[in-house]
Ligand binder design. Sequence first.
Ligand code: HEM
Ligand code: HEM
Length: 188
Amino acid sequence: MPLRNDSDNWGGVAKTLHWSMAGLVFVELVLGWMAVAWPLTPTKLYLFIWHKSLGFVILFLVLIRLVWRFSGPRPRFPDSTTVWERWSAVIVHELLYAILIFLPITGWLFNSAVDVPFRFFGWFRWPALIPPDQAQAHFLADLHIFLGWSLVVLLSVHILAALWHHAVGHDSTLRRMMPGVRVTPKGS
Ligand code: HEM
Ligand code: HEM
């Protein structure tokens, strides 16, 4: 399978990044809620180490993904998609990218403001971004939680739209994101 996108298909790199990140983001959301809800035991600490470390992996991957995205073409929309669908897809995708960047950054800022020492997967001390500040910490925690829920809402819209294109619109939107699948030019 070609690694680069072309005018009709996502390439292998974009598909690999999309599906590996989809899995990681799902695990990350579950880890975030579990870590908050877990009683104060050593397990809670490990859940937070995993949540924070994976959050930084996601930040790294999304930055690579954006560089890749702008270094080649984006497949054009199947002919049957309406102007409304194209605009809403662009807005939801841009918002998803923005949230995937700001969520880990607010987590990082919050962790710095509450002054909890954090070691990346237990290996090495991760630097703080800002000095300790309890007032800011409250605001940043609220922002992190708000962005987490915004991500859940956007993902629900995104996934429903992908399934709708496949099951109701019968176009190639979902198929061409699937591993190993290539659609013909202007496939709809
Ligand atoms: C955490 C989960 C997910 C995230 C963060 C995510 C994020 C994204 C983003 C940012 C794009 C835009 C790609 C670009 O234009 O550069 C995209 C495209 C796409 N996603 Fe997802 N996605 C997730 C899960 C899913 C799932 C579960 C499905 C299927 C049910 C799906 C189906 C698609 C499809 C079909 C496209 C291509 C749309 C097009 O060709 O216009 N995604 N995804
Ligand atoms: C894409 C990356 C991330 C996602 C999707 C995410 C998502 C979440 C979610 C859903 C929660 C639970 C919120 C609640 O309902 O109480 C949470 C909590 C938390 N996250 Fe993240 N997070 C990410 C990255 C990070 C990073 C990088 C850090 C720190 C370095 C971090 C630190 C925290 C902390 C400390 C909490 C607990 C907040 C509290 O005490 O209320 N997160 N996160």
